[in-house]
Design a protein around this ligand. Structure first.
Ligand SMILES: [Zn+2]
Length: 242
């Protein structure tokens, strides 16, 4: 007769793996540390966030935001800041917020504690050097958080901000598809995830640039206004500074 023990052990293992997956990959998980993924729904506001830049298309996104007098948050990759320092500086000069998105975009689940700390610490230093501003927000690559990640962000004073709505612009979508992805799911308090760069530097973001006016117009038609992320999160310090 087949012993039930291997089956039970297998079930426990897969339950353990599922738990680790949820704790690290789930955008909304709070298991390993405090994670913000949306603002208060008691508002008619949303926030725009852009990951993986700066890159060549960041300038075009800044042009669109400037024309519309809107502020966004850019979660930057440290090595991309070193490559496009003037673009990173322009982001800050034009009143947008900058967040830490690691130095080379690794999945932290597969990084040592030392590497995780290095990735975040070096990016803080690079952004501060090139823009004159030290980030207070962080978003880990692909949203994956670990104990080592939270240890490092605590030491650096970084608050973790994920998202609740994505344009899925990393999947080679056109502008209409990106805008539709956002507008079909967005609601009051949403934090919208888009990309102004590519972590590998291979894919351009022209579709995201073209989608942005569609998204802004669609939000307006729904009575939703775009506000700076920290205002959406009720940061009164930022209200006074703005
Ligand atoms: Zn990313």
């Amino acid at each position: 007769m087949l012993s039930p023990l291997p089956l039970i052990a297998g079930a426990i293992c897969s339950a353990g793996a599922a738990s680790i997956y949820y704790a690290t990959y789930s955008v909304r998980s709070q298991w390993l540390g405090a994670t913000v993924w949306r603002g208060s729904p008691d508002t008619s506001a949303v926030a725009l966030t852009f990951d993986d830049g700066p890159g060549p298309d960041t300038e075009r996104i800044l042009d669109v935001l400037g024309e519309q007098h809107l502020c966004a948050t850019f979660f930057m990759i440290g090595r991309h800041v070193e490559r496009f320092p003037k673009t990173a500086a322009r982001v800050v000069t034009e009143g947008h917020e900058v967040g830490n998105h690691s130095y080379s975009h690794p999945i932290f689940l597969y990084q040592s504690r030392r590497q995780t700390s290095y990735q975040l610490g070096r990016t803080q230093a690079v952004i501060a050097y090139e823009t004159g501003t030290e980030p207070e927000l962080a978003r880990p690559p692909c949203g994956v958080r670990t104990r080592a990640y939270f240890r490092a962000t605590r030491e650096l004073g970084l608050r973790t901000v994920q998202w609740d709505v994505a344009g899925f612009d990393w999947r080679h979508r056109n502008a209409d598809q990106i805008a539709q992805s956002v507008l079909s799911r967005v609601c009051a308090g949403s934090i919208i995830l888009l990309h102004d760069g590519d972590s590998e530097g291979k894919q351009d973001r022209r579709a995201t640039v073209a989608a942005l006016p569609l998204i802004i117009g669609g939000l307006s038609a729904r009575g939703l206004s775009v506000v700076p992320l920290r205002r959406l999160l009720g940061d009164t310090k930022f209200e006074r500074a703005a």
